[in-house]
Design a protein around this ligand. Structure first.
Ligand SMILES: Nc1nc2c(ncn2[C@@H]2O[C@H](COP(=O)(O)OP(=O)(O)O)[C@@H](O)[C@H]2O)c(=O)[nH]1
Ligand SMILES: [Mg+2]
Length: 336
């Protein structure tokens, strides 16, 4: 709708004026703070809206829609924070022929993971539909196919613009006590915790309800701040080299470019490739040893475990060789 004829515009404008007078209310990410956040979850959970709200707390959602809008990974930048917005599982389309299967979405995710180094993954679900079977099945599928992401996985609940803190606490308790969550130990999969987000409601805008809009926006600002804070504090530890690569490329922040055309974000993400087929956890010592066996030849880096393993192996090899040569000397003596 044209801003000049849109009755809610004046309310949004006045909120924007107040917000922009105090920059601490609407945290922006410096270009030098390089992080990547991936948004995954069921279709219509609110992933694309999160990307918009992180960019602008006063984002105005469109009216209700029935179908999924995101068809392929979308790339968006907020300063140095790159947000990868994935198409949702259990795609909803008008024509069955254009439906994206869950397998196709996993393939897209694997492609992204092998191209971009992701610091944090947000599994998104909507408060509106409650936690439904599609959410649980999607969580289980992600946990099963990509168990190593647990260390970098957080849960984000959308549509929380009207919630008070105690209601959020109750939601977390309810989630933890959900029979499937308990049965599959899903709670432990989200090692980065639970976060909440929302946006100004379409209905409040439609009704030009200044009080509701102001209340929702105040909540959105707080939730957005906490979520951004989390993004900035979390750096995936194998990311250091990649970050150095990125440092030189942030000037190329064209948010309209599709994911694979973003200059400078194409990392050599062999770590992800290795982990894909690994059943070891990241914090597991053996994981690092296996990791070392790969890196020891390429960059010479190794860990103490591998170093000790090498020493022990060398000791036994030398011992075997000396026993063998002693035996052959003894054989020769006997033969003489
Ligand atoms: N009020 C409100 N509406 C939301 C929120 N998140 C998403 N929506 C609405 O829910 C619908 C689906 O959101 P979308 O971001 O496209 O979901 P996606 O398929 O996961 O990307 C849209 O109509 C959004 O406007 C939220 O936090 N609060
Ligand atoms: Mg979307």
């Amino acid at each position: 709708m044209d801003a000049s004829t849109d009755p809610a515009s004046a309310i949004i404008k006045s909120l924007r004026d107040v917000r922009d007078r105090d920059p601490s209310l609407h945290r922006m990410v410096p270009d030098t703070e390089l992080r990547t956040l991936a948004l995954i979850g069921s279709s219509r959970a609110g992933k694309s809206t999160i990307a918009k709200v992180l960019s602008d707390s006063l984002y105005r959602p469109p009216g209700p829609q029935l179908y999924s809008a995101t068809r392929q990974p979308q790339n968006q930048w907020i300063g140095g924070l790159q947000i990868v917005d994935m198409p949702g599982f259990y795609d909803k389309q008008k024509h069955l022929s254009s439906l994206l299967t869950n397998e196709a979405i996993f393939e897209q995710l694997q492609n992204v993971m092998s191209t971009v180094s992701i610091d944090l993954y947000a599994f998104v679900f909507s408060l509106i539909s409650g936690i439904n079977d599609e959410d649980i099945q999607s969580m289980l599928a992600v946990k099963e196919k990509l168990p190593h992401l647990s260390e970098r996985m957080m849960l984000v609940v959308t549509h929380c613009e009207e919630l008070y803190q105690d209601q959020k606490n109750d939601l977390i308790k309810d989630f933890c006590n959900h029979p499937d969550v308990v049965h599959h130990d899903l709670r432990n999969f989200f090692k980065q915790g639970t976060f909440f987000i929302g946006c100004i409601r379409y209905e409040s805008l439609k009704q030009q309800n200044r009080r509701a809009i102001t209340f929702e926006h105040t909540n959105v600002l707080q939730m957005r701040d906490l979520l951004l804070d989390k993004c900035l504090k979390t750096v995936h530890n194998t990311n250091n080299n990649n970050n150095n690569n990125q440092q030189t490329s942030t000037a190329n922040n064209d948010v309209t470019l599709p994911l694979y055309q973003q200059g400078g974000t194409h990392h050599d993400n062999t770590d992800e490739k290795t982990m894909k087929n690994s059943s070891f956890g990241e914090s597991d010592c053996w994981f690092y040893c296996c990791h070392c066996l790969r890196t020891i030849f390429s960059c010479g880096k190794t860990c103490l475990c591998c170093f000790a393993l090498c020493l022990i192996s060398c000791y036994y090899v030398v011992k075997m060789l000396s026993t063998a040569s002693a035996a052959s000397v003894a054989d020769e003596k006997i033969a003489d």
